[in-house]
Design a protein around this ligand. Structure first.
Ligand code: NAD
Length: 290
């Protein structure tokens, strides 16, 4: 396939490289980063979109996605597919898909889980929204960049799945960190706490796969002085997307709201910016009950 790839940052760079390695003809554009090896350079997003079978975007947020989509949609050839893998608000995803479809294109929103490691290894999970035909058109690309793709329904449903997943993640990470901090005060060894919880009803991905306590459980950012990994700033962005959606739809999400407050406090008023989201553990350890 001829693929245009726009947004070659921490995630987009390795994803584009994997598509090129698999034999696709990939042309990339980014306002700041140069394409990885094997990916040709375009001088603009329009050039990266012209005459392509699929145009993939991996951009920071919905506002940027909307402006890039306004540029590339008119440049794409009829019947091509616009595949957005960024994490954005559901409204932006649906607005971009509507515009693409009105211009005779197919559209898929397919945010990812798996982080930078998954992007490099080609083991991401994709959660996709769009028509059956559009999903089928890009499925071979999901197989290269990831290990699993779930078709979640019509346009926007991929983003819906992503923000719900990450709301659970934010809440369980906080619960895991505050429980470790309480266990410390109770005199419970962290390894014993892990041994019990990871095989009991308190287990979660946050405890079992990404344990926030250094030296306990599998290797995680806690073992690397909480360098991200998945930055607390990005967790805050995703939690805010969940709360924006909850507010618009009058959904009661008290735990999501509290997690958003705590990550906002951590990132904007404490030392959390640029640290992994599991650095909530030293935060709780250093605080008194409020
Ligand atoms: P990043 O900031 O490293 O990459 C974004 C890239 O987009 C940058 O290289 C930037 O220069 C480029 N860009 C910005 N505006 C542009 C424009 N107008 N035209 C072309 N390029 C432009 O971010 P990332 O970590 O690669 O994340 C990308 C998306 O993936 C985000 O939506 C993020 O929430 C999501 N995500 C990230 C992770 C992660 O662990 N990093 C995990 C899952 C999902």
């Amino acid at each position: 396939m001829k693929i245009g790839f726009i947004g070659l940052g921490n995630m987009g760079g390795p994803m584009a490289a994997n598509l090129a390695k698999a034999g696709h003809e990939v042309t990339g554009f980014d306002i700041a980063n140069t394409p990885p090896e094997g990916v040709a350079t375009a001088a603009s997003s329009i050039e990266a979109a012209t005459d392509m079978d699929v145009v993939i975007t991996m951009l920071p947020n919905g506002e940027i996605l909307r402006s890039v989509a306004d540029e590339v949609i008119p440049a794409m050839r009829s019947g091509a597919t616009l595949l957005d893998c960024s994490t954005v608000d559901v409204d932006s995803a649906r607005a971009v898909a509507d515009k693409a479809q009105s211009a005779g294109l197919m559209a898929v929103d397919a945010p990812v889980s798996g982080g930078i490691g998954g992007a490099s290894a080609g083991t991401l999970t994709f959660m996709a929204g769009g028509s059956d035909e559009a999903f089928a058109a890009v499925s071979p690309l999901f197989d290269i960049m990831g290990q699993k793709a779930v078709h979640c329904g019509p346009s926007g449903n991929g983003q819906a799945a992503k923000i719900c997943n990450n709301m659970i993640l934010g809440v369980t990470m906080i619960a895991t960190c505050e429980a470790f901090a309480l266990a410390d005060k109770l005199g419970l060894d962290r390894q014993k706490m892990f041994d019990v919880v990871s095989t009991s009803s308190g287990y979660s991905w946050s405890m079992n796969a990404y344990c926030p306590a250094p030296g306990v459980g599998p290797q995680s950012p806690a073992d690397n002085d909480y360098k991200p990994g998945f930055a607390a700033d990005l967790m805050l962005k995703d939690l805010r997307l969940s709360q924006q959606a909850a507010e618009a739809l009058d959904a009661d999400t008290p735990m999501g709201a509290r997690a958003t407050e705590l990550y906002s406090q951590f990132v904007e008023h404490e030392d959390g910016a640029g640290r992994d989201f599991s650095a909530m553990l030293p935060r709780f350890v250093s605080r008194r009950r409020s």
